[in-house]
Write a protein that binds this ligand. Structure first.
Ligand code: ACO
Length: 341
């Protein structure tokens, strides 16, 4: 079965820049603390009239343009987000309408900061089985609307953004050549595999308690700030490092690869210290990991596709390179993917 190819990438960050110095005016924090503990220097914030689908559409248009795919030729749209424009319909349905992707069926996946990786995995299955030819995968979040701007433990971490990937089926001839071992001994290209995990027993270490069916948004709940993001930072940190390392080892091992064979790491940008700890344990040099959290902060589901888009457009990734992708978010939901470009 031909492997799914990534045909185009795109990203969008809102124009408004919020620096660490700006946050010093809001909460009891300092530029030095934020840089040292997280690596973040600034983040972007959506304009009051911008919602998640608006960011998603900007990134999607770029990805479609790079892929040379018209919106009406897209069969499937999967959006990873936890900050859809409204509880229903899905953000993906709004993106479909705005793009004019008339033929596409569209839905959201909820895996927080792992949302784009989950969306990629879902879309990959549809493309590989031949059920769809062209899929648009988006990671987009406007977490600035969900964070508590009085809580210094969380408000300094997040930013708004969107990233998009266009997927399509690979060619049979390339796959045949590789499985036959020659004549050029071509290694298969595309998404080699994705590996997803969830541990819902950890739901309370990172959550937005109110706004769903358990705790609806009432004035009492809003007064108690229950509609805002809550996080146990130390627990998230510990769990993130362990699970990203294990997941990446498993993904690479499934293809007989070791971390030493990875050319690039494209990772969810949660925190520089998390990424450094993961890279150190995997013995992957830091230069192989694309980093942009200093300028965007943690953009949740957007950060992985935004990073891939930046790295690709910067000319960093060459044909045949092995990319290890990894992401983790609330759930806890996490995973990894191995892609040969
Ligand atoms: N400015 C100044 N001081 C602060 C700030 C701040 N913004 N935030 C917390 N502090 C204080 C705390 O109140 C605490 O003070 P105290 O000792 O007087 O109580 C002190 O700094 C140390 O707090 P810790 O929680 O021990 O700080 P830590 O070194 O663990 O860093 C951090 C906190 C950055 C949140 C870290 O735990 C972390 O990175 N966790 C991972 C969280 C994450 O990445 N979440 C993103 C969402 S999930 C994901 O994307 C995977």
């Amino acid at each position: 079965m031909p492997r799914t190819q990534i045909l185009g990438t795109g990203s969008y960050a809102p124009a408004r820049v919020v620096t660490n110095q700006d946050l010093e005016q809001l909460v009891d924090t300092s530029d030095a603390w934020i840089r040292e503990r997280t690596g973040i220097q600034e983040r972007r914030q959506a304009a009051p009239d911008e919602a998640t689908s608006d960011l998603a559409v900007q990134a999607s248009r770029q990805a479609l343009e790079m892929a040379g795919v018209a919106p009406e030729d897209v069969d499937l749209i999967v959006v990873g987000t936890v900050t859809a424009d409204m509880p229903m319909p899905s953000c993906a349905a709004l993106v479909q309408a705005k793009l004019g992707a008339r033929k596409a069926f569209a839905f959201d996946v909820s895996a927080a900061c792992a949302g784009a990786l989950y969306a990629l995995s879902v879309a990959d299955q549809f493309v590989r089985t031949g059920q769809v030819k062209r899929a648009l995968v988006v990671g987009a979040d406007v977490l600035s609307r969900a964070v508590d701007w009085t809580d210094r433990n969380t408000c300094v971490l997040f930013g708004d953004g969107a990233g998009a990937l266009v997927l399509g089926a690979g060619s049979d001839s390339e796959e045949d050549a590789s499985s036959a071992g020659g004549p050029e001994n071509v290694a298969p290209r595309g998404i080699l595999s994705t590996h997803l995990r969830t541990d819902g027993t950890l739901a309370d270490i990172l959550c937005i308690p109110a706004g769903g069916s358990r705790t609806p948004v009432t004035s009492d709940n809003v007064d108690a700030n229950l509609h805002k993001l809550k996080m146990n930072g130390k627990e998230v940190f510990r769990f993130a490092v362990r699970s990203l390392v294990e997941s990446t080892q498993t993904s690479l091992g499934a293809h007989g690869m070791t971390p030493g064979q990875v050319d690039h790491v494209i990772a969810h940008q949660a925190n520089l210290r998390i990424l450094e700890a993961v890279l150190e344990r995997l013995e992957i040099p830091r230069e192989k990991c694309w980093l942009n959290l200093h300028k965007y902060g943690n953009t949740s589901s957007a950060s992985l596709p935004m990073s891939l888009d930046e790295a690709w457009r910067a000319g960093r990734i060459k044909r045949g390179d092995v990319i290890a992708m990894m992401a983790i978010g609330a759930g806890m939901a996490w995973g990894s993917a191995v892609v040969r470009w």
